[in-house]
Design a protein around this ligand. Structure first.
Ligand code: CO8
Length: 268
């Protein structure tokens, strides 16, 4: 089964409905080469097409070891790319970020160290970011003569504001965990990786108690409507808000409230 597939550069384990996704290239600080990106694409594709939230209800996404979440796209691999190969590589990385957003279940990025370039970009494609106090974010591409290619010019501007994103991208400077928290890039900070994973599990536990269908639709509306003008976004929200009234979870959730009992959600 895809969940236990022998991936070379990532691991994916499921415990109590939570999928633990880990980038597993610790010696290279979990840098993203085309093998990592292809394996992520395969796994996320299966989770969307086949699982659809049946087995895996939430994902905790981290990097192997204590030093790095993802230290960026693989610079050694990029060095020898021509324009066409760079386009394919950038397109694969962007596709992975879109697949994270298309997953029916929430993803918490647990940033356990360096999250530079493609690392900050993968974290931003998750639903929200927990980080250790020693984490380092940033878009250092300009220092290599590159620009962000896995969504940094777009998602960072949306998350922290365009001008602040410009300052971060033009200088290529490091962004400490404290600053990331202050500017809304990281949602919560923790002293250690273990504390962070335990907190992410607790948050997932809270999410697993509510209607999976409602969480899935909230994610869909918030991701899809993010790029629209407010009036268009409101139309999008209204469509899904109305559609949710056709779901069993909505009938169950409202009935349980009125009948003063705990709801039993099925995700339908
Ligand atoms: N790519 C490849 N290898 C890497 C990377 C990387 N991004 N980061 C670290 N490594 C490797 C090192 O080469 C080293 O390998 P080896 O032991 O074989 O020499 C190993 O990981 C350990 O790294 P260091 O010895 O450098 O560890 P330090 O503790 O001295 O430094 C740093 C840690 C500060 C994180 C440092 O490794 C560093 O600066 N890394 C690069 C960070 C960076 O610039 N990231 C952005 C890359 S560009 C990017 O992500 C663009 C995304 C979009 C691309 C779209 C293309 C079309």
């Amino acid at each position: 089964m895809y969940i236990t597939n022998n991936y070379e550069t990532i691991t994916f384990e499921v415990k109590e409905s939570i999928g633990y996704l880990t980038i597993n290239r610790e010696k290279k600080l979990n840098a993203l080469n085309s093998t990592v990106l292809s394996e992520l694409k395969t796994l996320l594709g299966h989770l969307i097409e086949e699982d659809d939230g049946q087995t895996v209800k939430g994902i905790i996404f981290t990097g192997a070891g204590e030093k790095a979440f993802i230290a960026g796209a693989d610079i050694a691999q990029m060095r020898d790319m021509n324009v066409d190969q760079a386009k394919d590589f950038g397109s694969l990385g962007q596709e992975v970020t879109l697949l994270f957003e298309a997953l029916p279940m929430p993803v918490i990025a647990c940033v356990n160290g360096f999250a530079l370039g493609g690392g900050t970009e993968m974290a931003m494609a998750s639903d929200f970011i927990y980080a250790v106090e020693s984490a380092v974010f940033g878009q250092p591409e300009v220092k290599l003569g590159l620009i962000p290619g896995f969504g940094g010019t777009q998602r960072l501007a949306k998350l922290v504001g365009r001008n602040r994103a410009k300052e971060i991208i033009y200088t290529g400077r490091n962004v400490s965990a404290d600053e990331a928290y202050r500017i809304g890039l990281a949602t919560q900070l923790f002293k250690t990786k273990d504390e962070m994973i335990a907190a992410a599990e607790k948050t997932m536990g809270q999410i697993l108690k509510v209607s999976p269908n409602a969480v899935k639709l909230s994610k869909k509306v918030m991701n899809e409507a993010n790029d629209l003008a407010v009036a268009d976004g409101l139309r999008h929200e209204l469509e899904q808000f109305a559609a949710v009234f056709g779901s069993e979870d909505m009938k169950e959730g409202t009935a349980a409230f009125v009948e003063k009992r705990k709801p039993e959600f099925t995700g339908k």
